[in-house]
Design a protein around this ligand. Structure first.
Ligand code: MEV
Length: 322
């Protein structure tokens, strides 16, 4: 095969953010916003990248120079993913890659991990490596760590496996849950958050008060494990209560902001079973679980609190050939 197009989904964190960085579980679902990537083998010993949505046009580098010198932000994940998968499987050919995105990197849906996973999958297809989802996860997670040195890998797992996952740090457990939550409303705060900055601020809090923060992580783990059971039992009301509790613990970690708190409070006042921030905090999105008949009210409440409703479907397919 000389040319292939693949796609991978973005993600939404349901329970367990931050604690999952430190050996506690989380629950994540993949969404219908996808990254598409076309890759072809070329006769030149070059890596070529077109990623116009992140400001990259006609970016070219010799295969032997991958990972060296200055790499523009928008090219990092794809370039380092090619470097890692080429090194691991002793490949040297030229490769030309074009990416296209359904979604803006603004919302915190995980476009970097989805591009990384797409890159590894495309190389696997082009060179008939037959990589499993776990193999794709390993190389992709290494890539993310090489670049940002932080992160649990949950977003990489969502992009590779799809569906809804119970996930333990570094992929020590990746367990598929049968379905996701019905009537989950997603509200965007309008504020772009930086995950690494938030992970660092939680780390500072841990350094100044390890006992308190470890206690919070343990409580988040208990909630996440209960949430897994309630999802399996379809106890949505109880699940909503767990979301509210999870949000309080995230507030105690200092990662929420007034806009998110307001959106969450108003969603609950309008009849949601529960609501919480989703992801690193500091902005990005919140989620509210709503009874079907209250969904419109909950959406309006979030809008009135300054949010924007994002219509996303959950529990979608993982990385695949188009
Ligand atoms: C960010 O969306 C979620 C965090 O738990 C980071 C991670 O797990 O990599 C804060």
């Amino acid at each position: 095969m000389k040319k292939v197009t693949v796609s991978a989904p973005g993600k939404l964190m349901l329970f367990g953010e931050h604690a999952v960085v430190y050996n506690h579980p989380c629950i994540v679902t993949s969404i219908n916003e996808r990254i598409y990537l076309t890759a072809e083998i070329t006769n030149f010993q070059n890596f070529e990248l077109q990623a116009p949505e992140v400001g990259i046009t006609n970016y070219t580098k010799n295969i032997n120079g991958l990972g060296k010198g200055k790499i523009p932000k928008g090219a990092k994940f794809v370039e380092i993913a090619v470097k890692n998968v080429f090194e691991k499987y002793s490949l040297k050919n030229g490769i030309k890659i074009t990416t296209q995105s359904d979604f803006s990197s603004e919302f915190g849906f995980g476009s970097s991990s989805a591009s990384t996973v797409c890159t590894v999958k495309a190389v696997s297809e082009l060179f008939k490596l037959n990589l499993s989802n776990k193999d794709i996860f390993e190389v992709s997670y290494k890539t993310v760590l090489d670049i940002q040195n932080k992160g649990s890998g949950f977003d990489v797992a969502a992009a590779a496996y799809g569906g809804t996952l119970y996930f333990l740090t570094e992929g020590k457990i990746i367990e598929a849950l049968p379905y996701s939550l019905p009537n989950l409303v997603v509200g965007y705060s309008g504020i772009k958050a930086d995950t690494v900055t938030l992970i660092n601020s939680v780390k500072d809090l841990f350094n100044s008060n390890p006992k308190m923060v470890e206690g919070i992580y343990e409580s988040i783990e208990l909630l996440t494990n209960s949430a897994k059971n309630e999802i399996l039992l379809k106890h949505w009301q109880l699940l909503g209560t767990l979301m509210n509790e999870n949000h309080k613990l995230l507030c105690a970690l200092g990662v929420s902001i007034p806009r998110l708190d307001e959106m969450i409070e108003q969603a609950v006042n309008a009849g949601a079973y529960g609501a919480k921030l989703s992801g690193a905090g500091g902005g990005d999105c919140m989620i509210a679980l709503s009874p079907k008949e209250k969904t419109k009210d909950v959406e309006n409440a979030i809008i009135n609190a300054g949010g924007k409703i994002l219509k996303v479907k959950m529990h979608t397919e993982g990385v695949k050939v188009e």
